[in-house]
Design a protein around this ligand. Structure first.
Ligand SMILES: O=c1ccn([C@@H]2O[C@H](COP(=O)(O)O)[C@@H](O)[C@H]2O)c(=O)[nH]1
Length: 232
């Protein structure tokens, strides 16, 4: 059991009962919880408030990407919910990220961590040119992470395949939140740039986002415990 859990479990469930069955089986010392687009669209802010009230650190993973004013207001609304972490797409640009950061100033030390999404872990090199991106994924991740740091955000979402590169380039304080985590032998699904939990931590990831390998396991709690042991 760890008091600073590194695993952020993605609550990608399609109904409240299943989500709550998992939440009720864990405590805040074992994992943090991530609420993404599916569950938030289904259950809304009330569900997030419920998790926060139960003592969990909640990562609200809505990946805001819009004009600066809209994103700033959305990030402030997330802060009102009391979440621990919230994110925006770094490709929204400097003005958008700077506005998002400024919107959190009134919350002082109660402000959520603000994280920029770089290149989705479901993407790989051959998909980049048709988006007009000629860089390799790791070069694009480094460019967006550098911009994110310049805008004063707390860290980025990236693949753990880029963790070592980013820690070396941007320093140990800049947080790396890494989805695409797959324990040995688990199905990759739609994830492309995958890394095991132990390797991700070794290479400098600060937090591991893990969904299906835990939530679709036959024993979710045992799987979570095994992952926690593997990175202890
Ligand atoms: O680049 C990204 C950004 C976010 N995610 C989210 O993380 C989880 C991963 O779930 P798994 O079931 O472990 O694949 C999911 O909620 C994504 O929306 C990501 O995978 N990659």
């Amino acid at each position: 059991m760890t008091m600073d859990p590194k695993v952020l479990v993605a609550l990608d469930f399609n109904n409240q009962a299943d989500a709550m069955a998992f939440v009720d089986s864990v405590d805040p010392s074992q994992c943090r919880l991530k609420v993404g687009k599916e569950l938030f669209t289904l259950l809304g802010p009330e569900f997030v408030r419920k998790l926060v009230a139960a003592g969990f650190d909640v990562f609200l993973d809505l990946k805001f990407h819009d004009i600066p004013n809209t994103v700033a207001k959305a990030v402030a609304a997330a802060a009102e919910l009391g979440v621990w972490m919230v994110n925006v797409h770094a490709s929204g640009g400097r003005e958008m990220m700077t506005a998002a950061k400024a919107a959190l100033v009134p919350y002082g030390d109660k402000a959520p961590l603000l994280i920029g999404v770089t290149v989705l872990t479901s993407m790989e090199a051959h998909e980049m040119p048709e988006l007009g991106i000629e860089r390799k994924p790791e070069e694009q991740v480094l460019a967006l992470a550098t911009l994110t740091q310049e805008c004063g955000l707390d860290g980025v979402v990236c693949s753990a395949q880029e963790s070592k590169l980013l820690k070396d380039a941007l320093g140990k304080e800049f947080l790396l939140v890494t989805p695409g985590i797959r324990p040995e032998g688990s199905a990759k699904g739609d994830q492309k740039r995958v890394v095991t939990p132990a390797k991700a931590m070794k290479d400098g990831s600060d937090y591991l986002v893990i969904g299906r390998p835990i939530t679709q396991s036959t024993s979710p709690l045992e799987t979570l415990k095994a992952i926690n042991s593997s990175i202890a």
